[in-house]
Write a protein that binds this ligand. Sequence first.
Ligand SMILES: [Fe+2]
Length: 260
Amino acid sequence: MDQLQSKDAHDCARIGRIVRPDEVHAHLAEHGIAVFQGLQGAQHLIELGQTLGAVLPHPDSDEHGVTVITERNSPRIGALTAGFTRAAVAAHTDRADLPVPPPLLLTLCTVQATMGGESIFVDGAAVHRVLAVQAPDALRALNQPGAVSYGRTHVYTGPVFEPTSHGRRVRLRLWPRDAGRFSPEAESALEPLQQAISAQTFTMRLKAGQGYVIDNHRWLHGRRPFTGDRVMLRIGVHPHPTMQLETGIANFPHQREGRG
Ligand SMILES: [Fe+2]
C-alpha cells in the first residue's frame, strides 16, 4: 500500500491496517472492511472467499465467479461498465438492482497501475450518521419507499438506505447518479449525500498481492483513474450462516429521526 489518504487519517489507518488472510474475518466483523496481503492469484482469492462463505456468480465473471477488472475493448461504456476502462469509478455498491446484493466483495490486485488507480472506500455507516445529524431532510427523502429504481433486468425500487426484514440493520444501495432513477425528492438529496460521501472517503493504492474484503451492504467502493495495465480480481460472497457475520449498517441512533 503506497498511501492512505483521508480527512481522518488516524481512524482510517486503524480501519485500513493490512492484515494476514487468517485475520480477515475478525477485522471484517469489527469494521465491515479488511485489507489483506499475500495472495497470489484467482485461486488464492477463491480459497479466501470460501473461508467466508459461498462464492456467487456474476454476469461478468468466469465460471468460478471471478471477474477480471481491467480495461476491455467494450463498445458500450456507461456508468455501470466504467470499471472496464481506465477512467474513475464513482463510489457505489455492487448489484444494487438485486433483491439481495452480494453481502461481501473480495478484491485482489494482481497488477498495480503505473500511475493512479487508488481504490476508494466510504463507510456508509458514517455517511448515514452524518446525514442524520447534518441533513435529516435529505436522509428522509433517501429513505422513502420510492426513492430510487435501479436496473432493467432485475429492478429494485425502494429506499437508498433500505431497512432489512428483521429491522436491525440498514442496507445501503447506491449506484452512480446516471445509473439510477431517483424520485424528485431523492434527487434533491443527492447533493448532501455526495458531500457526506466526499467527507468520508479514503483511498489506498494497492500493490499486486494486496486486496480487500468489504461489506457491500455498508461500504461504498470505487477507484481513481489510472495509467498502465492495472488488473483487479473480484468475487462476491454470501457468508456462511455459521459465521454469524451480519452485514449492513448497525447501531444507527438516528434511525427514528431519519425514517420518513
Ligand atoms: Fe463495483
